[in-house]
Write a protein that binds this ligand. Sequence first.
Ligand code: CDP
Length: 236
Amino acid sequence: MEKGPKLYEGKAKILYETENPDLVIQYFKDDATAFNNQKRGTIINKGIVNNKVSTALFRKVEEAGVKTHLVERLNDREMLVKRLEILPLEVIVRNLVAGTMARRYGLEEGILLKQPVIEFSYKNDALGDPLITIAHVLALGWATKEEIDLLIDATEKVNATLTKFFDEKGFILVDFKLEFGRHKGEILLGDEICQDTMRLWEKETLKKMDKDRFRRDLGGVEDAYNEMCAIVCGTE
Ligand code: CDP
């Protein structure tokens, strides 16, 4: 499948049209940003790693019954996906307190939550992706009740599947972000699932294996991305 004209360029990925109007190519860049674009940098080969990890994790959640936009990984940096009308929402799942939740409520990072929390943000960089409630989403007509129910069910399945998968590999899935969209009237999981969008801590040492190494200047960023890629994808 050949790349057509550029449709959209985001912080970490570029979308290209293809000759099929229902399919687009997602190109993974090495660019890294944090704190709503205030910190910028490059993580060498991140695009290659995130493409591989996202493909493997999309396949894993598909096995658990979650429909995703993945068609196939085309090469190192390109993934063929179904075209989505993305909902303007970031769906965040938290199993332990970290990041924004720790800051927002003045809590220590690492507190185990009694039950996972699913929260929604309005996807809008200029506003800093503000927290939003389901009532707002419904009142604004950004998604229907049926769509919300469906995406919550899918999100719970993703959390159960990936929490178990990473636990068996020796890692804690602390939190992650999902995005959903509509394709021919159906809600599909879109975007990516990788170390840019998850927090993963090594169980024994609590070592951070994700984008927090970049955000917080912890060093060993590429090593952590590569190590997790080998663990998730094996020798594939
Ligand atoms: O990014 P930050 O730590 O400030 O926000 P968070 O709400 O604590 O992030 C929760 C999880 O969602 C983390 O795993 C983030 O990497 C991910 N996230 C993301 O992928 N994209 C965003 N715009 C916000 C959060």
